[in-house]
Design a protein around this ligand. Structure first.
Ligand code: PRX
Length: 649
């Protein structure tokens, strides 16, 4: 499939969409030439308690990176997501909940959401939670996850959501780093017919040193399972909420007050606490939601992401609700109990806008027409993709089968750090090329640079950077501004470095080629190789480990781990299973290695640095393309690894 494979905007789509290509081009030019006046206008997508008079105050200068948007404005996020819609849409469904099995669902109107959020906000207050306190959420995909998020924003508490698949150690690390005062969780979560012991994991996390910042744990009784209960610390969600007043005065927040922390993996060290603030983030989430999904009155929108990821923040909860949209929150997985579940949910709720990940699409595609059996999907209008590059075959299948060749696909490129979508097609404006995220959103100024930071022009491949700030950009790493500057602004001066590589074609379309650093993307989940390695070497029998990514048909990337055992230890099938299980327990199931390669030694430079470039080539069976090996301390190690790899394959 070539990049000349173009899907022009159909006349049908053009007629109904918010934007035409001419509007995109002129608005984009305006947003780049006059960002101040552009965003001054666009900031009005929100209701402000105190309107801003300053719009943009940002600097990427080395050592002085400082990002502020709408800095003298004041607002409240929950008011923008709920209260302001009550006059016109109190009885409109805000949240559709679809349970793990099709017999469980619920509709929550804006009025109901208002009451639930206010009551829970009052419950938080009754525990002494106040503006600026950090609250850790470890929640199943039930409506209470959204309620808890919005309740935090109502009183100015900063939420830090930990994905429900993470291990007790991962929870503990995030609690300690953010100094969380409260944890909100459930007895258990449900997913694909299985249960997840959320409370049990929190209990275990709170036995770790340094977690005594946590004063209380609010527990939602979700499945009703038997759980341990620590009197004084643990509090029942219903008991503390049901008697609360149904109104709660919203806290007035400055635009630059912290809204949430979300931990994400980097190429080195422990996960980083990405900090987003209130005004710019919400303006950007609301704006991008509206234009990327061409949101219009009556749309039913479904984003399949978990609230534990940035997509679940910006495009499951905040972006849609700020627009007064109906958003569907799904507890389960796309292929349970039937292979066609995703399509069945679309039909059941008349979903018009569907946003999912390539890994889900590939898993369904592998089942062929079974994934759409017995469904019509005629309500669908727009399809979205996020999280990793979508290969043209998966794009085509999504377009042909799920969308019946009627629905444009918006392949949205962005990151936890960017807060919202940066590069994407817009339905009525952009001719599509399968596999390309196409063009920048308003106000976004991408560039490609070589390894020295020289800006490359024309059709070319390079490192993807941003030359200027946009309102949704992260402001810092929680408690570590130096690491923030170091990670994102020190590779290339005066530019935000994304960590991704990309190619630009003759039409100015961007094609993301994937990470250029030591970060993996497994099923759309971001994993640091360093994190997995440190989990491996914490095993008592392991001396050294190096992790690389390999192509994987469904997951996009699989995890290939080279493992050197301590002397006197021997590789056995039992140890193979044990080591995999070990990583699963240390980090979570998503970090489980696909392949362990028992290695006697790893290729190192004479100064002792592991040569990952070589390990990547060996793992992918490209040992004929090792490149320069002259700096290797011991070339025989490489030959041995190549031989072993051939036996593994
Ligand atoms: O490599 C890019 C990939 O996912 C990374 C960001 O991961 P995370 O912060 O977890 O956020 C995922 C959801 C926004 C990026 O650096 N990525 C994300 N979307 C795309 C993508 N790669 C290619 N195409 C995309 N549409």
């Amino acid at each position: 499939m070539s990049e000349n494979n173009i899907y022009p905007v159909s006349s049908e789509v053009a007629k109904k969409s918010l934007l035409t290509n001419d509007q995109y081009l002129s608005d984009y030019a305006e947003s780049i030439e006059n960002p101040e006046s552009f965003w001054n206008e666009k900031g009005k997508i929100l209701d402000w308690i105190t309107p801003y008079t300053k719009v943009k105050n940002t600097s990427y200068a080395p050592g002085q990176v400082d990002i502020k948007w709408f800095e003298d404005g004041e607002l409240n996020v929950s008011v923008n997501c709920i209260d302001r819609h009550l006059a016109t849409r109190a009885d409109q469904v805000a949240l559709i909940w679809e349970g793990d099995t099709p017999d469980q669902d619920a509709n929550i109107t804006f009025q109901m959401l208002y009451t639930q959020v206010c009551q829970f906000a009052n419950a938080l207050k009754s525990l002494g939670i106040k503006k600026g306190d950090v609250v850790c959420l470890y929640m199943p995909m039930t409506p209470e996850a959204a309620v808890a998020m919005l309740a935090c924003t109502r009183i100015g508490a900063v939420h830090s959501i930990v994905f429900g698949g993470f291990s007790p150690d991962a929870i503990a690390g995030r609690i300690i780093d953010s100094n969380a005062k409260l944890v909100i969780t459930a007895d258990e979560g449900r997913r694909g017919g299985r249960t997840v012991p959320l409370k049990g994991n929190v209990d275990e996390a709170l036995t770790r040193d340094g977690t005594n910042c946590v004063e209380h744990v609010i527990v939602l009784k979700n499945t009703g399972a038997d759980i341990n209960w620590q009197a004084g610390r643990d509090i029942d969600w219903t008991e503390i909420t049901d008697t609360q007043p149904t109104d709660c005065t919203p806290e007035t927040m400055n635009a630059e007050d912290p809204l949430f922390i979300l931990y994400t993996s980097g190429s080195t060290g422990t996960p980083k606490g990405v900090l987003h603030t209130t005004g710019g983030y919400l303006v950007y989430a609301a704006m991008t939601f509206k234009y990327v999904f061409d949101y219009q009155e009556g749309d039913i929108y479904w984003c399949t992401a978990d609230v534990g990821w940035i997509t679940g923040h910006s495009y499951l909860v905040y972006g849609p609700l700020a627009n007064g949209a109906t958003t569907l929150l799904f507890e389960g997985v796309p292929n349970y109990p039937t292979t066609a579940r995703m399509s069945e949910v679309v039909d059941k709720h008349n979903v018009t806008l569907l946003y999912t990940a390539p890994t889900a699409i590939r898993a369904l595609m592998a089942k062929g027409d079974e994934a759409i059996a017995g469904t019509k999907r005629s309500s669908l209008r727009i399809l979205g993709s996020v999280g990793e590059p979508i290969n043209p075959e998966a794009w085509q299948w999504y377009y042909d089968k799920i969308g019946d060749k009627r629905c444009p696909i918006v392949d949205t490129w962005w990151q936890t750090e960017t807060g919202g979508i940066l590069i994407t097609p817009l339905p009525g404006a952009t001719d599509l090329k399968p596999g390309s995220a196409t063009r920048p959103f308003f106000g976004v100024k991408p560039a490609l640079v070589d390894n020295e930071g020289n800006i490359l022009e024309g059709a070319v491949e390079g490192n993807l950077v941003m030359l200027d700030s946009w309102p949704g950009q992260m402001r810092t790493l929680y408690g570590n501004h130096d690491r923030f500057e170091q990670t994102y602004f020190s590779t290339f001066d005066n530019m935000y470095f994304t960590g991704d590589g990309a190619r630009r074609d003759e039409d100015g379309y961007y094609w993301i080629t994937g990470r250029v650093d030591d970060v993996l993307n497994v099923s759309g989940h971001r994993m640091g190789t360093a994190e997995i390695e440190s989990a491996l070497v914490s095993h008592p029998k392991i001396a050294e480990a190096a992790v690389v990514g390999v192509p994987h048909e469904i997951k996009g990337q699989g995890i290939y781990a080279y493992v050197t055992l301590n002397s006197g230890e021997y590789s056995t099938p039992e140890l193979y299973a044990e080591v995999k299980q070990w990583v699963r327990k240390e980090i979570g199931a998503i970090a489980t290695p696909d392949i362990l390669h028992w290695a006697e030694g790893l290729p190192k430079t004479r100064s002792g640095k592991i040569m990952r470039r070589i390990l990547r080539k060996i793992a992918t069976g490209e040992s004929d393309q090792l490149g320069d090996t002259s700096t290797l301390a011991d070339p025989s190690v490489v030959e041995q690894l190549i031989k072993e790899n051939q036996e593994i394959q």
